[in-house]
Design a protein around this ligand. Structure first.
Ligand code: ACO
Length: 374
């Protein structure tokens, strides 16, 4: 048994994988051999779905077939919609999403089949239904009527439409699609690791994804995108943001949207792409002030802490300008990551070894309970 203890499993290799790898030196996120950023600039989210599920980029016919399969799986069981409506008003939207994913599991005829074929069918069902749980969960909580999926729209446009009630422009659709790609897969973050740990007991894909939702909710992980937007709105101007950040730093508080366990002092390439998307969107929507505030925040953190923005820092204002309610930023992240997590669960089931680490025990020894008298 190795005696090495690395808190937070920092730099520990936890799996062998063919899915993705962060090559920090080359500043490249390798996904099945491709650079994720190059993919985001050239293909669509549904291509990434094919790439992650089948190992190769789909041709146009194969992509259409993926979209058709997704459309066939649109729609939530009425009882699941009722469950979403019965949740209390103050429910957190990641908890709503967790409950919804947990609830649809019982409707899946393939639930207990761990074969690659069955797991792939389940992944497609999840990809079809998770966006609707996100949208319906929000609409139930805010007492708005559900919006049925529109099969005339692309997968991506339909996702935005079900949330906002408005058919997005081509530019909004393209930017949202790009955001789904950069959120789709990222090696072994806490949520993917949680899903693989769960899957390694031979538990099912739905259970693994439910665990990943709980992991992603935390502000040190996916929850950061919502916290970023709250900070940007609280500041409202460049001068205020600088003061707010300096004040937080003087109190040793973390600034959400900066830093990363793996990139550390290097830039997150996904953030740079979303920064470009924000510039385009802000110009189109006459919201350049928001872009300028973000850039100033980036400069302050570079100067004060030599920290770079991570994806969440620029994805947050992009989602804000797309009209996505702030409470849904992290659920949308999870919806996009559903494909990456599914690919990892499939890989885990295909070549499984139960995760069961050991500990450095630091507690007392040789204690004895009081002896029973008589
Ligand atoms: N704000 C201020 N200081 C920071 C930040 C930050 N966001 N991130 C790291 N630091 C500082 C730490 O205080 C520490 O400084 P010190 O050495 O002077 O004590 C140093 O940088 C190293 O930090 P660690 O906590 O050791 O880094 P770790 O790898 O554990 O943290 C993490 C990574 C959790 C992402 C961290 O950077 C953080 O809390 N960021 C804010 C939350 C966030 O944006 N999460 C999203 C991650 S990306 C994603 O999920 C898509």
């Amino acid at each position: 048994m190795s005696d090495d203890y690395l808190p937070g499993l920092e730099n520990v290799i936890a799996s062998e994988t063919n899915i993705s790898y962060l090559d920090v030196e080359k500043e490249e996120i390798v996904v099945r051999g491709y650079d994720l950023i190059e993919l985001a600039q050239n293909v669509t989210y549904l291509d990434i779905v094919g790439l992650l599920l089948d190992g190769a980029l789909p041709n146009p016919d194969e992509r259409d077939s993926i979209e058709e399969k997704l459309r066939e799986e649109y729609g939530l069981p009425q009882n699941v919609n009722t469950i979403l409506q019965l949740l209390p008003e103050q429910a957190d939207f990641m908890d709503v999403l967790r409950t919804g994913i947990s609830a649809i599991a019982s409707y899946d005829v393939d639930l207990e089949d761990r074969s690659r074929e069955a797991n792939t069918r389940k992944a497609i069902r999840l990809l079809a239904k998770v966006p609707e749980i996100v949208a319906n969960g929000y609409r139930a909580q805010t007492k708005q009527p559900f919006i049925d999926p529109n099969k005339e729209l692309s997968y991506t446009a339909n996702f935005l439409y079900m949330i906002t009630g408005r058919v997005p422009t081509k530019m909004e659709e393209a930017i949202f699609d790009q955001s789904l790609i950069v959120y789709s897969e990222h090696e072994m973050p806490n949520s993917t690791f949680a899903a693989r740990v769960i899957a390694s007991t031979q538990s099912d894909l739905y259970g693994a994804l439910t665990g990943a939702v709980a992991s992603l909710k935390g502000t040190l992980h996916g929850g950061a995108n919502e916290a970023v937007m709250a900070m940007l709105l609280e500041a409202g101007s460049e001068a205020n943001l600088e003061a707010l950040m300096l004040n937080k730093l003087s109190k040793k508080e973390r600034i959400m949207g900066f830093g990363h366990r793996v990139y550390m002092k290097k830039a997150d390439p996904r953030a740079l792409l979303m920064k470009e998307a924000l510039a385009e969107l802000a110009l189109d929507k006459n919201q350049l002030e928001l872009y300028n505030i973000c850039v100033l925040g980036e400069e302050v953190m570079k100067r004060e802490k030599n920290l770079h923005p991570n994806l969440d820092y620029y994805a947050a204002p992009v989602y804000y300008l797309l009209g996505i309610p702030i409470e849904l930023f992290t659920p949308v992240f999870l919806a996009a990551r559903t494909i990456g997590i599914s690919a990892h669960v499939i890989e885990q089931h295909d070549n499984n070894r139960l995760f069961r680490p050991r500990v450095h025990y630091k507690g007392p020894r040789d204690l004895h309970p009081p002896q029973q008298s008589g």
